[in-house]
Each structure stands twice: as C-alpha cells, then as structure tokens.
Design a protein around this ligand. Structure first.
Ligand code: ZN
Length: 382
C-alpha cells in the first residue's frame, strides 16, 4: 500500500517553544470542529469515561478535551435504539464504539490518538504554520484541518469558495461514506474502481481530492478508515516521514462500515456548529445551537475568522440538554434518520440502497442553500 508523503520542515526549535508557550497561554488557539476527547471511551452510558491516561500538557494546550462529537453520537444512537427506528437492532456496544471512532476520524484521520497526543499536537501546529504550502501531496491530517479537505468539517477551504462548491464536496463525502457504511461499496474496493459505485459527480469530486495523478489508486475504504500512523517529530527541525505500517489493526467489515458512518455523522454535526456554518435564523452570541435550525446562509472559512472566537462555538452546544424543537431541524433527528437508513440498508439487497434518497433529503433539508453563490463567510467570528 502506498503511504502518504510529508515534507520536512525547517522551522527552528525556538519557534516550537514559542508555539507551545503561546498554546499554554492561549489554549483556544487550536481549532477543531466540535471538540473530541479520544482519551475517554464509551462504557454503556450517555457520557464517556476515562480509559486512557490524559496527558496533562497536551490536554491543556488543545481542544481534545470535551467529547462533544462523541456524546452527540451516543445521544443519537440511543435515540434510534430507544425509539426502535428501522435498523435499531444492529446497535450494540461494539457498533457504538466504532461509530465513535469514526466520528473522531475527521479530526484524526491518521489515528495518532490516543497513543500519540504529542505528535498530534505538533503536526497540527506545524500544519497551521505552513497552511499556504499544503497541497494534495500532503497527508489527510494536514489537509483535513488546514487545506482542501475542510469540507470534512462542513467548512469552506478558501476565502472565495462558493457555497455550492462546499456543498458539492460535502454531499460527495456523504455519498461515499453512506455507501461504505451501508455495504453498497465493499470495504476492500480499490479507489481506482470506486467509479463503479459512485454517481458520476461524486466520482469526479472523489478523484479530484483523492486519486488525482495516480495517487492512492490502490487504497480501499478499509485502509482509509483504519490508517494508524506515526510520525516522529524530531525537534528542532525535522518531521520524519509518515509511517503507516501499523495499518492492519482493523480489518473487520462491520467495523469499517461503522467508522464510515461516524465520519458521515461528523460532517452533519459540524454543520450545526455556528462558527462553521451560518444558518437561519440568526441569534446573538458565540455559541452553537443544535435545535430548531434552518437553511444555510454561508459555509464559513477559518481564513476569515478570529480563531479565538471560532472556538467558542465548538464546545458543548448551548441547547445540548434541551429537548428538540417542533419546527426547524434538530441535529439528533436528522442524524438518527440517516443512521436508520444506513443500518436498515445493510440488510437490503444492494440495488435497494437508498443513498440517493438520503442525499436528496439532506440537500433539500439541512444543506439547503439560501444563496448557492454566496462566498465563504466568517459568521460572527471575524
Ligand atoms: Zn470537524
């Protein structure tokens, strides 16, 4: 299997000391989407429990602290199970754990965490320093947060990106992950054969992001979603090549499908983060709401935002513990419907796969655009 390449950095050691110092002083300067906490695990309840030792320094300096994505996911899976939506009988503890792994994947596509928090942090900071130089030759970790794959967080990747471009990338990712999660795309399908399974539009988008110029042609969904890599950061100035040799850790078909489902849910969840997407109706305050939301005004871009303000909307949504609203979109309901379709499609013949129906519902629903030509915005987070 082909692994990702990574350039070396010439950043002097003192810069890292400054970065770490600034992070200690301003812990909000790291940006993710809604927060995650990979040092905690699902243990049967609605809240995660500590299972890994949380490294004090790293946790101080990063936003890998509040398990927002994870708890939104558990809440939704419990909703599907408790209301016995179609497919609910497939939900067991193993499924929940793997969907949680998937919901962290968009933030940590190389699975640095929980074993290598220091690498996660240093790579993240390095990526923020060289944003303008990151291209498709860089690995998914660099691209997910700081370059062209920010649609994985329902954000625009550049200042002049139109809402319909961002949405097309998001819908393509949802199509791909849905089809893997539901079993329509076999998990060992090489990327070079994905066009047999994807709509022409998604096939093109996928190619542009992942297989251009002959890259990653032999990757498979199983490989993509089970990457487990390391990269030694040797200060003062070297980021060694990425090493993904550990990547056989998760070969099970259902596990890959559940991770793909988690990645799909991550995008939907992030689209309710007020700093990522400005939705109707407006309200004052730098926080997120997951209930009673409506169509999209703009997808936002970090490049137009104050990173400190952006972070405010990525902690727990203000209405996390309140019941859904009667009108507008509620995150749990939208996510639960998608989960139900995916799980029940697993037991249907492949020609009865309902991905196109789900994409169409999402497109007219939570991803409806008030102005398709609107350029990437900043929301209230300038
Ligand atoms: Zn995200």
């Amino acid at each position: 299997m082909q692994t990702e390449c990574q350039i070396e950095s010439n950043t002097p050691y003192y810069v890292y000391q400054l970065i770490l110092l600034s992070l200690l002083l301003f812990p909000t300067s790291i940006v993710l989407a809604f927060d995650i906490n990979p040092f905690k695990e699902y243990n049967g309840g609605a809240e995660l429990v500590h299972t890994f030792e949380q490294p004090a320094a790293e946790i101080l300096v990063s936003s890998i602290i509040n398990p927002v994505h994870e708890e939104l996911t558990i809440k939704t899976l419990f909703f599907v199970r408790d209301t016995r939506m179609p497919g609910y009988e497939l939900i067991d503890d193993n499924l929940i754990r793997k969907v949680i792994r998937g919901v962290r994947w968009n933030d940590d596509p190389l699975n640095f965490l929980p074993d290598n928090p220091r690498q996660w942090l240093l790579n993240f900071e390095h990526a923020s320093k060289i944003t303008d130089r990151i291209n498709e030759n860089f690995d998914l970790f660099y691209r997910s947060h700081h370059a062209d794959l920010q649609f994985l967080h329902a954000m625009a990747s550049s200042e002049d990106e139109s809402a319909q471009f961002t949405r097309a990338a998001i819908m393509s990712w949802i199509e791909f992950t849905y089809k893997v999660a539901s079993g329509y795309i076999p998990v060992h399908t090489p990327f070079k054969q994905l066009h047999n399974y994807l709509s022409p539009k998604t096939s093109l988008v996928f190619k542009n992001f992942f297989t251009q110029n002959g890259r990653r042609l032999n990757w498979t969904p199983a490989y993509l979603f089970s990457l487990k890599c390391t990269r030694e950061v040797v200060l003062p100035s070297t980021f060694e090549a990425l090493d993904c040799s550990q990547t056989t850790w998760l070969p099970n078909k259902q596990d890959i499908q559940n991770i793909a489902l988690g990645s799909l849910l991550h995008v939907i969840q992030d689209s309710f983060s007020d700093s990522h997407v400005t939705r109707n109706p407006d309200y004052d305050g730098n926080y997120s709401l997951i209930h009673g939301r409506s169509a999209i005004q703009t997808f936002n871009t970090y490049k137009k935002q104050s990173i400190r303000l952006h972070r405010g909307a990525d902690s727990y949504p203000q209405d996390m513990d309140q019941p859904p609203m009667q009108s507008g979109f509620n995150l749990e309901e939208v996510s639960a419907e998608v989960i139900s379709y995916v799980l029940s499609d697993r037991t249907r013949p492949r020609n009865k796969n309902r991905q196109a129906l789900v994409n169409s519902k999402l497109r007219k629903g939570i991803f409806h655009l008030l102005d398709p030509n609107a350029t990437a915005g900043s929301g209230k987070y300038k």
